[in-house]
Design a protein around this ligand. Structure first.
Ligand code: CP
Length: 321
């Protein structure tokens, strides 16, 4: 990809959340990501726009999609990519997040990608290190690259995001994906709904710009996109749903419930999925499912984000400090 000067300069040094991005910033990243999709579909996938740059992935929480796609994205852009293995690092000896980050920062990386269980961890690091920081998910706060890849998937399938009705269904309470998506979809002019039992909805969610529904029958009627979320049982302090079987009956996506949405509605899920809990296999693997496209768009979005943050026009020396 030749990123310059085809794309305007992205005006941020870090990507800590969707909050704080303008619709123009979001469109810029999606346009860049569209170009990156073409790169990933070529047989020769390697480019040189981040040649000589160093990317460190620091994941304190488990990840399949996000970590592997950040790694592939960096490699496709020609960066040197290091995956910090937290399980075998000095974190296990009691080293703090800040000390670990400062140690890695002293090795002069250009970009640090962090996933952490605590909300605000990425923002904290951004204040301490001299490189760019990307939030790959911080607690129940934000997961900005997930929302961007979801928007790219929708935009490519439907031609637009604005004016579509998007129903985000399931465990909204614990979901950083829901938060980032609600902010992004509102910024681009979509009608956003959340559909969940009241025990899985944060207080005041409607103030974020989401219409609240407590039944799938009401929430899916007229939806163009049905975004299912994983029931995050590991983050639940108590029993917020009576049983998995009952949850699936009332809030799991199956063929009958999908019929309530608009014809050709997209079925999305950020993964990892719990089949038979929030989504039936028939829906996850069905013709309306965009789940594999979401994974593909994940690589493209992460390529776009890292290129935009490390744009050499930001600093003639090409350094981010
Ligand atoms: N969607 C998502 O963040 O998946 P991983 O936890 O596998 O990275």
């Amino acid at each position: 990809m030749n990123p310059h000067p085809a794309f305007p300069l992205f005006p941020h040094r870090h990507l800590l959340g969707i909050k704080g991005l303008s619709p123009h910033d979001i469109d810029l990243l999606l346009d860049r990501a569209d170009a990156a999709v073409a790169i990933s579909r070529q047989s020769e996938k390697k480019t040189s726009s981040l040649r000589g740059r160093t990317q460190i992935n620091l994941f304190y929480e488990a990840s399949t999609r996000t970590q592997s796609s950040f790694e592939l994205a960096g490699k496709r852009l020609g960066a040197d990519v290091m995956n910090m293995s937290v399980a075998s690092s000095s974190v296990k000896k009691g080293e703090t997040l800040i000390d670990t980050a400062m140690t890695l920062n002293a090795m002069r990386p250009d970009i640090l990608v962090i996933r952490h269980a605590s909300a605000g961890a990425a923002a904290l690091l951004a204040q301490k290190v001299t490189c760019s920081v990307v939030n790959a998910g911080d607690g129940a706060h934000e997961h900005p690259t997930q929302a961007l890849l979801d928007a790219l998937t929708i935009r490519r399938a439907k031609g637009q995001v604005g004016r579509l009705t998007v129903a985000i269904c399931g465990d909204i309470l614990h979901s950083r994906v829901a938060r980032s998506n609600i902010i992004l979809l509102n910024a681009l002019g979509a009608n956003v709904r959340v559909v969940a039992p009241s025990t899985l909805l944060p207080v005041g969610i409607e103030k974020m710009g989401a219409e609240v529904f407590n039944t799938m029958a009401d929430g899916l009627k007229g939806a163009d996109v049905v975004m299912m979320l994983r029931l995050q049982r590991e983050r639940m302090a108590g029993a917020l749903v009576p049983s998995v079987r009952e949850y699936f009956r009332y809030f799991g996506l199956d063929a009958e419930k999908l019929k309530l949405a608009n014809e050709g509605a997209l079925v999305m899920h950020p993964g990892p999925m719990n089949r038979g809990v929030e989504i039936a296999s028939q829906m996850a693997d069905g013709p309306q499912s965009m789940i594999q496209e979401q994974v593909e768009m994940g690589v493209a979005v992460r390529m776009a984000v890292m290129e935009a943050l490390l744009d050499p026009r930001r600093n003639p020396q090409g350094r981010t400090a």
